[in-house]
Design a binder for this molecule. Structure first.
Ligand SMILES: *Cc1c(COP(=O)(O)O)cnc(C)c1O
Length: 489
């Protein structure tokens, strides 16, 4: 196929990236054209929407392309140099390089890059701690080398003990995550859980209350980390609390790993030197492929490496290849600049909203996200989310602390800046985004139910506002094209 001149390639000379993606889509089109169309449509949608989902980002073309290859065909259960399958030399190379980048980037003793997602990384971490702190002592007591050597009675007792441990984590409405011991998730079925929250007056994490809860509850695992808390967490203090009660400190940095990698969160706010075990996703602020990762100290390393086949299916070597690429990118000086801009942009967005009369949980942000309390606009989170989407602004509703509307309708909108920052939007651009959000929310009113009562779900956006906001956001996005070197023709 000869290249036609297009707006992105005025000379008709295709960039390497355009050539690669076009070839891939053409190959797909030859088998199932609807999938080729959907891939193209997804790029068009991503390019044209103002993405403020705090957990999303845009991976680099090199990261995306590293996933589409024959590594997907390889089984490699086990870990580097210790596989249950033959012929894993090249997978070993990929996994070693990814793990080395992860160790260097985060200053960790050990890195395990197999988890397929954040949830999987947490499962690996939970079972590593259970294996080290519950199973290993039981084996020693029974003078058994491994679980298969236990008597039926000892095995039954160990299984009861494994299912009888405690976890203390951040409450959901304070910004904690479902995988931190909440009932709908397997973590809540595995562990007896209590949660700690934030100070009602300030909205900030209340360390004295965490300490008090830890003393009373004496958890095996104290878990820190969040997906909707707009402030930094002092992990040195959390470790002190964990040590005092004999808990293992686990930090789930799924959301803010990019800020740790980019050295925005350092010292007491960097979890890696303080926690015995750290989990993360690789696709959020870290800007890699969809996946997870575990970092830990030496005492847990062997247990962590048993993640597959303990709780993980066969590793995804093609995704580990992409993790290696993304981690190499995150080790470049430009990534530090990126992480700083993410935080500066979140602050600019927060200040822009506050200046226009918006309310934010904790009154602002010092990470990559802000939580807008939309009750002042007379809306539920669900109405605000839908109205913003009408105007092409993609966010998600989120409970706020002690939310009167519960976890389904909510009173909050979570906004984050990793994605727009990757596009190159700056602080002036974020002020414009604040203006657009405020314009939509101010022009939205709650709908009514069939019997005339105010609805928590339905909304009405004043005529013309969606179009006007879409136009302004298109102007902003046009200044910051997404994947500028990729032209699908
Ligand atoms: C996103 C997230 C997860 C889950 O990640 P998945 O890749 O979707 O499984 C786990 N923990 C926290 C804190 C998160 O924000």
């Amino acid at each position: 196929m000869t290249a036609q001149p297009t707006p992105n390639d005025p000379t008709g000379e295709l960039s390497t990236e355009s050539t690669a993606f076009r070839a891939a889509i053409d190959a797909v089109r030859g088998v199932e054209p609807r999938i080729a169309d959907a891939i193209g449509a997804e790029l068009a949608d991503q390019r044209s929407s103002l993405k403020l989902i705090a957990s999303e980002n845009y991976a680099s073309p090199a990261t995306l392309l590293a996933m589409g290859n024959w590594f997907s065909d390889k089984y490699a259960e086990g870990t580097i140099g210790r596989r249950f399958y033959a012929g894993c030399k090249n997978v070993d190379t990929v996994e070693s390089i990814a793990a080395e980048h992860a160790r260097e980037l985060f200053g960790a003793r050990h890195a395990y890059v197999q988890p397929h997602s954040g949830i999987d990384a947490n499962l690996v971490a939970f079972w590593s701690v259970l294996a080290a702190r519950v199973e290993a002592p039981a084996l020693e007591r029974a003078q058994a080398r491994q679980v298969n050597d236990l008597t039926e009675a000892d095995w039954a007792e160990l299984r009861r003990d494994l299912g009888n441990q405690r976890m203390l984590g951040m409450s959901l409405d304070a910004g904690g995550h479902l995988t931190h011991g909440f009932r709908p998730n397997i973590s809540g079925k595995m562990f007896e859980q209590r949660s700690y929250g934030t100070d009602p007056a300030t909205g900030l994490l209340d360390y004295a209350a965490v300490r008090e809860a830890a003393r009373a509850f004496r958890p095996l695992i104290l878990i820190a980390g969040y997906s909707a808390y707009p402030r930094r967490v002092n992990f040195a203090t959390m470790r002190e609390i964990a040590d005092e009660v004999g808990a293992t400190l686990m930090v789930d940095m799924a959301h803010f790993a990019g800020l740790v990698a980019g050295k925005v969160l350092t010292g007491d706010y960097d979890p890696v030197p303080h926690a015995q075990i750290v989990t993360t996703t690789t696709h959020k602020s870290l800007r890699g492929p969809r996946g997870g990762m575990v970092l830990c100290d030496d005492p847990l390393a062997d247990q962590v490496d048993r993640g597959c086949p303990m709780v993980l299916g066969g590793p995804l070597p093609h995704v580990m290849a992409a993790k290696a690429v993304a981690l190499a990118e995150a080790r470049q000086p430009s990534f530090r600049d990126y992480a700083q801009r993410v935080v500066d942009n979140a602050d600019a967005l927060a200040q822009g909203l506050l200046r226009r009369g918006g309310a934010l949980v904790t009154g602002g942000t010092d990470n990559h996200l802000a939580l807008i309390d939309v009750s002042g606009y007379g809306l539920t989170g669900r109405q605000a989310e839908a109205a913003l989407l009408d105007a092409g602004i993609v966010t998600n509703r989120n409970a706020i602390p002690r939310d009167p509307n519960g976890a389904w309708y909510t009173s909050g909108i979570r906004v984050g800046t990793p994605a727009l920052t990757t596009r190159g939007v700056d602080t002036d651009g974020m002020d414009e985004v604040a203006e657009l959000i405020h314009t939509v929310l101010s022009a939205t009113t709650p709908g009514t139910t069939k019997n005339g009562k105010p609805s928590k779900a339905a909304h009405t956006l004043a005529d013309g506002v969606a179009e006007q906001v879409r136009e302004r956001s298109a102007d902003l996005l046009a200044k910051h094209p997404l994947y500028p070197n990729v032209d699908l023709g």
